[in-house]
Ligand binder design. Sequence first.
Ligand SMILES: [Fe+2]
Ligand SMILES: [Fe+2]
Length: 292
Amino acid sequence: MPALPSHPDPKPDEHPAGGSRSQCLVQDEPCTELRAAAHRAWCLTDPNAKAQAALAIGEQIASASPLIDAARAFHDDLRPGRPALPRLVHPRDVPNRGAGTPAGRVALLHAIAHIEFNAIDLALDAVWRFAGMPADWYLDWASVASEEAKHFSLLAEELGRRGHGYGDFDAHDGLWEMAMKTRDDPLPRMALVPRLMEARGLDVTPVIRRKLEQAGDAQACAILDVILRDEVGHVAIGNHWYAVLCRREGLEPEADWDGLARRYGASAPKAPFNVEARLRAGFTEAELTRWQ
Ligand SMILES: [Fe+2]
Ligand SMILES: [Fe+2]
């Protein structure tokens, strides 16, 4: 089991802001608890405002134990706040992302920025949507949301340096589909979002990085290094909570994964794997061998 951040359970009367507006999680909002702040950030449509709100949540949980209302049930909202652009199209219609030309690399960075933008919402969604979870669940996914916001911001700034911005290219909406399929149950959410979709990033990122390196794009490589390092931690958090929830339900994490995936229309991850990163993220050699 990888080392995971551990957080003390907050006591209801230990809100760091002491009931004042001085340490609010999101600026210009009344002081509130963590899940409400995550929901508010999830609803924001402006990409930079959403990223800033997620970063503010990260700073807050790093400096103090926030108030967490695990019992609160939110309205079952289906779609996070999104900007008018990028236009969402069929995957076959997204633009060429070859790394060999400056234009292709901009499109590639935009595609990764779109993934990171969705990743902010996915992590915020885990914080506000699932009631009755341990405090560490909320703190872990809030910290992931903050790191996804950092990834998005790094890419958005790099796009800016190249004369572009997030929204300039069409993108697809496949990433949100699995989030909605698993919105009723945190166990399949863990099985299929961090353990399947996010883990896929561990395999793909080094391949993309090699192409960018061959093209001499050191700035893009440096951003991917940050992303890959952090994503190992995100998948580790997903693996940790998947195992916790399996134990709670009397399921065997490895033996029961395939059946779970089938039920949600997902198939097993496809090799080749980044074995070293996946092992650090909590997968076992046995399951990687079984999927090869
Ligand atoms: Fe990320
Ligand atoms: Fe991630």
